[in-house]
Design a protein around this ligand. Structure first.
Ligand SMILES: O=c1[nH]cnc2c1ncn2[C@@H]1O[C@H](CO)[C@@H](O)[C@H]1O
Length: 341
């Protein structure tokens, strides 16, 4: 029997809640910072960068996040970031990932939408060829930029419509950014066949999750951890099999949760809610997807069979064609059977 970290490292997985810029490794950040020497507060030195990625609170996290977004100045930077993020996911045996990108933030910094979409699409196709990983895009609205960014994000999604685009999201701060105002944009995105996956209940209460369900037609919820405070919501999510994209270490590092021991993941699972485990912004939180599976295994007291079941739940929650779901689940079953023989 292999030890749990080794089992997790080799386990085929999917990742559903991971941010494009948030996945820039220290090496990539250093390379991008070096390209724009001196004009950024983001340190190029990996040691200094680890200290830079320490957040007083969620608002401070968003401020730091946007300083890394500033490093991405042209389509080449976009391509480099995307291809390297795919490499790191594939290294962790990720077969399929829904990567959240925020086109508004890059277009707003001078990268034309067609060039941005061409860069992510070319990197996506090259990553599939180079690493055997399937990437799909969630275009998300940076909530702090309000309705103008919602308008622009929807326009880019519908006008450019890159082949890999499958979903429409809403990120950034929740406090002071009520979900209902974004209903018209989610209505149009869903009418165009995009799946609805807003963040909600990360730094605010269950009512934000109810708003995301009722006003934005959410099919999955980004984070959604405050559902643990509302038994009616828990029952609703469980009965309707509405998945939560849980990112345990993220919630501790952004101070949304005081400590990993207090994370509500066990209550969510106990209530029968379908949960996927994700890394969110791994280098910024000093974690990896594999580390997040190890954290979940510890919090949920899982053995390898239990961890394999978590991986299968993420496949269930994915916006994947049924045949692809069956293929990846079959890989998980075969791996788990061999490893636990
Ligand atoms: O954990 C998170 N919660 C909310 N937004 C996030 C998170 N990680 C990265 N972003 C990103 O923050 C940017 C500014 O709004 C958005 O691009 C969003 O995708």
């Amino acid at each position: 029997m292999t030890d749990l970290p080794t089992f997790i490292a080799g386990l085929p997985k999917v990742e559903l809640h991971v941010h494009h810029v948030g996945s820039a490794s220290p090496r990539i950040v250093a390379e991008l910072a070096a390209r724009h020497e001196g004009r950024s507060p983001v340190p190029a030195d990996p040691e200094a960068l680890a200290d830079y990625f320490a957040f007083r609170d969620f608002a401070h996290f968003i401020e730091v996040y946007l300083s890394v977004v500033d490093l991405i100045r042209d389509a080449d930077d976009v391509w480099l970031l995307t291809h390297e993020v795919a490499r790191e996911l594939a290294r962790q045996q990720v077969r399929y990932a829904e990567l959240t990108v925020t086109p508004y933030s890059h277009v707003h910094r001078g990268i034309p939408a067609p060039a941005f979409c061409e860069a992510i699409e070319d990197a996506r196709k090259r990553a599939e060829a180079d690493f055997g990983i399937a990437l799909r895009w969630c275009f998300d609205i940076p909530g702090e930029a309000g309705l103008p960014s919602a308008e622009e994000t929807l326009r880019i999604a519908l006008d450019e419509r890159p082949d890999g685009l499958i979903s429409f999201g809403l990120g950034g701060p929740e406090i002071g950014v009520p979900r209902p105002q974004f209903k018209p944009y989610f209505d149009q995105a869903r009418a165009a066949g995009l799946r609805s996956v807003p963040h909600a209940g990360e730094t605010t209460g269950p009512e934000t999750i109810w708003d995301a369900l009722r006003d934005l037609g959410a099919e999955r919820i980004g984070h959604g951890i405050s559902a643990a405070l509302d038994p009616t919501l828990l029952a609703h999510l469980a009965e309707r099999r509405i998945p939560l994209e849980v990112c345990p270490t993220s919630n501790v590092r952004t101070r949304a949760v005081a400590s990993i021991e207090e994370h509500p993941l066990p209550q969510l699972v106990e209530a029968g809610v379908l949960v996927s485990i994700n890394s969110d912004d791994p280098p910024m939180f000093g974690t990896t997807l594999n580390d997040e599976y190890a954290v979940a295994a510890r919090l949920l007291h899982l053995d390898p069979a239990g961890v394999a079941a978590l991986a299968r739940d993420a496949v269930t929650a994915a916006f994947l064609e049924p045949g692809e779901k069956a293929r990846i689940s079959g890989e998980i079953d075969a791996y788990a059977a061999a490893a636990t023989r």
